[in-house]
Write a protein that binds this ligand. Structure first.
Ligand code: 4AD
Ligand code: MG
Length: 431
């Protein structure tokens, strides 16, 4: 009995009888031959039925097999120079596990709304397959980066009693007799972990009730967040640029085939090496005004401003020291200029906008209490967070990288919706 093998491993079985388990992607006939394209998730291989090699019944039936029927195919691996894989299967038998109903996604072009409604099936297409493999690699690279550098994974909770990134994008939910919010960021809890372990990170889903329909916003997105005790803003920027260049280079090495399938221009990604340029918010405003985008000092940047700024650089750019009024309550103030926060954003090139937000945290108890009040937040649910400034407070910093925006950038996709298996957006909760 042949054991099941994956199509990606086929070269190891040249001349041997194998069993493949997959789905029928396409088929065609030519006289005494039938060609079935079998997909199993690791690759696609051509399976050839020769009339004389299989039962008359199977030969007859194979002509009518529908797209996406699930099949167990037995046959012999043989070299075929014309196929991209270098091998094909000489079929000896096929077991039809389920004959598919007429498949809604056909090779003809479909609109995005239709494809999004059929996201559960759309995942099977080669483009989606490539994107999600890149996503998987990005996540692996992120985890490896921190795991290999003495960071401890300390995941933060999803149910939280308070906001982290402003109260306007909170998802509220019942929590027995109380109410809770879905987390916007693991940061606050990560700060507690950093005081326990020194260097920590968390990786998980985060939620924001974003009422805007943009190509960069999801309501549920994944973030990887490191947090480090005794780190200042400069050290935080060093960490961010080393991290992002390492992740991009790993994906380029390990997922080149997928990026080529997506027709991604690899040259701009090859350039993603440190050091990254660093400019202050104030310098960024000057660049905008010189570029004909009039921008008032004090206003936050939106996607359009970020795109224009990034066009001035050939790799990601770090923008630091935004006005404190644009940023969250926990940011440490700049000792050299009280109007500014010791924060930074990393903007990706080619119009992909902000992929990282972070900075140094306020570590002084009274300053932090003042900021909580200034942001009109109730201090009660933050008592534990204030404790971190009572018991051995130290300078510390960290950041969060959005996985979907990073994948969109690396894959060269205009919209983030294809970078996550099942996107959640303002008008989408299905499938
Ligand atoms: O800049 P943000 O809001 O920073 C924080 O949440 C910090 N507490 C993180 C930290 O310091 N530990 O979000 C970080 C990143 C953004 O740069 C962006 O990549 C992504 O998260 N992001 C989103 N991605 C998709 N959809 C959204 N609605 C996003 N909001 C933020
Ligand atoms: Mg931000």
């Amino acid at each position: 009995m042949a054991v099941p093998i994956s199509i990606s491993r086929i070269a190891d079985y040249d001349g041997r009888a194998v069993l493949l388990q997959g789905w029928l992607q396409n088929k065609r006939s030519s006289g005494k031959l039938r060609f079935l394209q079998l997909r199993d998730g690791t690759g696609v291989v051509q399976c050839v039925l020769f009339k004389g090699d299989v039962s008359p019944d199977l030969f007859e039936r194979s002509a009518g097999l529908t797209q996406e029927s699930s099949l167990r195919v037995r046959g012999v691996v043989r070299e075929d120079r014309r196929s991209p894989l270098g091998y094909e299967i000489g079929v000896t038998d096929i077991e039809v596990v389920q004959e598919s109903d007429p498949y809604p996604i056909t090779p003809k072009a479909h609109g995005t709304a239709f494809l999004m409604d059929h996201r559960h099936l759309w995942l099977r297409s080669s483009r989606q397959h490539a994107i999600l493999r890149v996503r998987s690699e990005v996540i692996r690279a992120c985890r490896n980066y921190f795991d290999e550098r003495e960071f401890v994974l300390t995941d933060s909770p999803i149910f939280t009693p308070s906001s982290c990134e402003g109260t306007t994008t909170l998802f509220q939910t019942d929590y027995f007799d109380d109410q809770a919010y879905l987390t916007q960021s693991g940061q606050l809890y990560l700060e507690a972990s950093a005081m326990a372990f020194g260097k920590v990170y968390c990786f998980g889903p985060t939620f924001r009730a974003e009422k805007s329909k943009t190509r960069r916003h999801l309501t549920e997105f994944w973030m990887v967040e490191p947090e480090v005790a005794y780190l200042d803003l400069n050290g935080d920027m060093d960490l961010a640029e080393d991290f992002v260049s390492t992740v991009v280079q790993q994906v380029l090495t390990c997922r080149r085939e997928e990026l080529e399938l997506l027709q991604r221009d690899l040259e701009p990604l090859e350039r993603v090496r440190k050091p990254f340029p660093r400019i202050s918010y104030t310098e960024a405003v000057d660049i905008l005004n010189r570029s004909g985008v009039s921008h008032r000092w004090g206003d936050d940047f939106g996607g359009d401003e970020e795109t224009v700024l990034a066009e001035h650089f050939d790799r990601p750019v770090l923008v630091h020291r935004y006005p404190a009024s644009c940023k969250a309550f926990y940011m440490k103030g700049d000792p050299d200029d009280g109007r500014l926060a010791l924060c930074m954003d990393m903007l990706a090139p080619e119009g992909y906008g902000e992929i990282i937000g972070g900075g140094q945290r306020e570590d002084d108890l009274e300053e932090l209490r003042r900021k909580i009040a200034e942001h009109r937040l109730d201090e009660t649910p933050f008592q534990w967070y204030l404790d971190l400034r009572r018991y051995g407070s130290v300078p510390h910093a960290g950041f969060g990288l959005g996985i979907e925006r990073t994948v969109a950038w690396i894959c060269g996709l205009r919209h983030v919706r294809e970078t996550i298996p099942f996107p959640r957006m303002l008008q989408r909760l299905y499938p």
